[in-house]
Write a protein that binds this ligand. Structure first.
Ligand code: IVH
Length: 659
């Protein structure tokens, strides 16, 4: 295609995508793909200035305004932000500024993934809330925004006060809303942003009120009460607005970039979604000189995080069987790159999920990889169907052993209940050997499968007899003496594990890592645990009656009791060996505590950090990793900000501990 043609095509496409995203709250491509097309268009427009069009999405910040709401003209246009996607681009942006002004201060903020909102107060009273709309005029959604509890209805301020920010839907509200919609057979929202936007555009404000929305406030246009952006936010906070407490002042792009990387690592643990970091010139006088383009301020930039969603095609759907017999449907995807790796498979969770989302073979779908978790199919894009899509019929029998599969009452998953199903045996043994269980390196699913097929590994106990199968193992294709020795050593070492590892490895229903630990700590050795009645078990904090019953059933089973005897014979440790130092975000980190924490005394917090492998020191330096601050934190906090050291509020600290 000719470049000019492509330019025109992109304009049309992006206009359509914009409409779907902003006006209908129903995006048909991932944001990352939109950003890439937007960028392509911008480059083409730079190459062909004669094709300038003020209506191009690159020129105007907005989208169409729906008719249902009253239209309101903004006092000042509501603008968007320019994006950068790499360290180099960020550096380039800041260089343009520092070349003129030298080293300057930036306010560095989370980019909240919601919808922009403008609030106006008149003589201390909440007057109006307006969406961005096309940037010049937006929709009056006052009655809906009024239902958000954290938004002040009155403020101690005379005159007109205008503040801008983001309305968002916390992840918890989003999960709740989609679960409810699922149960009512309604289509789910694609993401919290769309859900927030959809909720704000409800004509009945009771609906918006029920959706658990919230807001962060991050911009006061030309605040007469301040001379910097940061001051304007502190002032806003005083007036009663929720200002995100992660905002900080920084003057070094390298430190800002480190902060971006750190934030990417924790973004999934935040209770709300963010899609980048916004960097703003702090001083108003410099902001004024830098000014605006028609679409964006030149004094701010958004660093967009790498995409977690891409679109691709489902080539096939197949079932895998886990150690509990759970049958999980998976999608075989046309391979796509996502966060540096190639994704070819994604989970579809269960039959209902496929049905609710109407996911079909040959569908174009959005695939998401959040953190380390297995990629999942988020939704199918019906707009891309071409008649070749085939609805998936969930099988009636286990694809591995052929026995009938069942869906228990109240459960979403199907199960293969055949105890001899090879898939269950193999997965169960691999789980037993996995890192958090017995930690036997070299005994992953593939190898267990190999040994199982050879007939030398059919149960947990068989692991401890593998040294007598040396000849058979070495006769297996590609099995070297060296890796055999390593395996036998890992098996030998596993015998010394503390009891909780064995308990977790056994795969007792309901007993995950946490319960295994509680049980090991409580009973100290396995004999005491095996003797405990269901009643006794359910007295333990955090062990419910169902878990208690499952544990009791497990050890009552003669086969299992015999297995434990065999383990003892093989020399496995059956005792709890005390607290292990856990790998955590604080491992090997240098932390400083400052101010008064509400939930912990200084020595409690120190003890917690040290138990997680952190070093707690008293003064802040470049070598400090985290400054954890409470109320009335003073100079140490300032110093941390100066040095670009990551600061952690008590709230965040609590969240990090829960990881
Ligand atoms: S400042 C003139 N700060 O991102 C300055 N925007 O992609 C206007 N956003 O339209 C925006 N978090 O809806 C700013 N901390 C933050 C933000 C933020 C999210 C949104 C906002 C804006 C969009 C641009």
């Amino acid at each position: 295609m000719e470049k000019k043609e492509r330019l025109l095509e992109l304009r049309e496409l992006l206009k359509q995508y914009n409409y779907e995203y902003h006006t209908l709250d129903r995006p048909t491509i991932p944001d990352s793909e939109y950003d890439a097309l937007f960028r392509e268009l911008k480059e083409l427009e730079a190459e062909f200035p004669e094709l300038y069009d003020p209506d191009s999405v690159t020129q105007s910040p907005g989208y169409e305004v729906l008719d249902e709401f009253k239209k309101v003209r903004h006092d000042k246009p509501m603008l968007s932000l320019d994006n950068v996607f790499s360290y180099e681009e960020l550096k380039e942006w800041s260089k343009k500024i520092t070349d003129v002004y030298g080293k300057i201060e930036y306010a560095v903020e989370y980019k909240i993934d919601g919808l922009a909102m403008n609030l106006i107060y008149e003589d201390g009273k909440f007057l109006r809330a307006t969406t961005r709309g096309n940037g010049v005029e937006g929709e009056d959604v006052t009655s809906n925004v009024k239902t958000i509890p954290s938004i002040p209805k009155t403020i101690p301020y005379k005159d007109r006060y205008e503040i801008r920010g983001e309305i968002y839907m916390p992840k918890a509200s989003f999960e709740r809303l989609n679960a409810q919609r699922r149960s009512e057979g309604l289509e789910e929202f694609a993401n919290p942003r769309n859900a927030a936007a959809g909720s704000i555009r409800q004509l009945d404000s009771r609906v918006a009120a029920s959706r658990g929305l919230d807001g962060f406030w991050y911009y006061v246009p030309d605040d007469i009460n301040a001379s910097t952006h940061y001051e304007s936010l502190l002032y806003a906070r005083k007036l009663g607005f929720v200002v995100n407490d992660t905002i900080r002042l920084m003057d070094d792009i390298d430190a800002i970039y480190k902060h971006i990387e750190d934030t990417i690592a924790i973004r999934h643990d935040l209770p709300y979604e963010i899609d980048g970091i916004v960097i703003k010139v702090n001083r108003y006088d410099i902001q004024k000189e830098l000014g605006f383009t028609s679409r964006v301020p030149k004094w701010a930039i958004a660093y967009k995080f790498p995409p977690e969603e891409v679109s691709t095609i489902i080539e096939d759907i197949f079932i895998t069987v886990g150690r509990t017999g759970k049958c999980t449907p998976n999608a075989k995807l046309k391979s796509v790159k996502l966060q540096g790796s190639t994704v070819s498979y994604a989970t579809l969770h269960n039959e209902d999920n496929i049905k609710d989302k109407d996911i079909r073979i040959n569908d174009t779908v959005i695939v998401r990889k959040a953190g380390d978790i297995i990629p999942e199919v988020v939704r199918s894009i019906k707009e891309r169907r071409d008649g070749t899509q085939i609805p998936y019929v969930f099988p009636e029998v286990c694809p591995i052993c052929g026995s009938k599969i069942y869906r228990l009452k109240g459960e979403a998953a199907h199960y293969c209940i055949n105890n001899d199903c090879p898939a269950k045996i193999v997965e169960g043994i691999a789980h037993f050997a996995s890192r958090d269980a017995m930690n036997i390196d070299g005994l992953g699913v593939k190898r267990v499968e190999l040994f199982h097929d050879k007939g030398i590994l059919n149960s947990f106990e068989d692991i401890y007899t593998l040294q007598s199968k040396k000849d058979i193992i070495l006769s297996l294709e590609k099995f070297a003496e060296r890796s055999y020795q390593n395996l036998i050593e890992a098996i030998e070492n596993s015998k010394a594990n503390s009891l909780e590892h064995l308990l977790f490895g056994l795969g007792i229903r309901q007993v995950g890592e946490k319960a295994a630990k509680i049980l090991a700590k409580h009973f100290k050795d396995i004999d005491a645990l095996m003797k405990a009645s269901s009643e006794e078990l359910s007295q333990i904090k955090d062990i419910g009656p169902i878990t208690a019953e499952a544990i009791n059933d497990f050890f009552k089973d003669e086969h299992n009791a015999k297995m434990i005897e065999n383990f003892k014979f093989y020399g496995l440790n059956m005792k709890y060996l005390g607290e292990e130092v856990k790998e955590s975000v604080f491992s090997n980190k240098v932390c400083v505590l400052t101010g008064t924490l509400e939930k912990y005394t200084r020595s409690e917090a120190t003890a917690i950090l040290e138990s997680l492998g952190a070093k707690v020191t008293s003064s802040v330096s470049k070598r400090t990793d985290y400054v954890i601050y409470g109320n009335e934190a003073g100079s140490k906090l300032d110093k941390a900000k100066d040095l670009g050291v990551q600061i952690v509020s008590e709230e965040e600290f609590k969240r990090m501990l829960e990881e």
